[in-house]
Design a protein around this ligand. Structure first.
Ligand SMILES: [Zn+2]
Length: 174
């Protein structure tokens, strides 16, 4: 937050959220809670707002480590987080969980570049958005990346799952 901004510019776009947070903090029950994953669960999934990772697995705050990005891909940074999750934060089950009707898996890199260029009014031809041409193959690759990581032991269960955003159902694929 830059102090040179007029106060209305700093607060107005977030007012509703800050009011909601004040109510949340009034009933806050997680004070002093540790940061480990109590259900031993790690989830790699997409940023898509149709996905409620904790809810769809019957979990709640404190139960899982949730790692999200476009497409739910196992990136280098996700692997770093998974290694920390396994060794320091109690995770022993990892779900890699892309979903149906994912924008990143249903367009070409060029189409997304064009849409971002249109929206921004800037040239986006240089940008890489990591589209997925074959979602099943990408899931296989991502699960293999986790399973074969030298710092993720074989005792950790790793599975690939597809989440259906229209039915709420999770199906094991890898
Ligand atoms: Zn998605």
């Amino acid at each position: 937050m830059r102090s040179s901004l007029p106060s209305y510019a700093v607060t107005v776009p977030f007012d509703d959220l800050l009011r909601a947070n004040a109510r949340y903090a009034d009933d806050f029950a997680l004070s002093g809670f540790d940061g480990i994953a109590h259900a031993g669960v790690g989830v790699v999934t997409c940023m898509d707002s149709r996905i409620d990772p904790l809810g769809l697995l019957g979990l709640g705050p404190g139960d899982a480590k949730i790692l999200r990005n476009p497409g739910g891909r196992v990136t280098d940074q996700v692997l770093v987080a998974l290694v920390l999750s396994v060794h320091l934060l109690n995770v022993d089950r990892i779900l890699v969980m892309p979903h149906t009707r994912c924008a990143i898996a249903s367009a070409t890199e060029e189409q997304i570049r064009e849409r971002v260029s249109e929206s921004s009014g800037q040239d986006a031809s240089w940008a890489t958005f990591g589209v997925v041409a074959d979602q099943e193959a990408a899931l296989d690759d991502d699960v293999a990346r986790v399973r074969s990581h030298p710092l993720i032991p074989d005792s950790v269960n790793v599975g690939g799952f597809l989440y259906d955003v229209d039915t709420g159902r999770l199906t094991r694929r890898a």
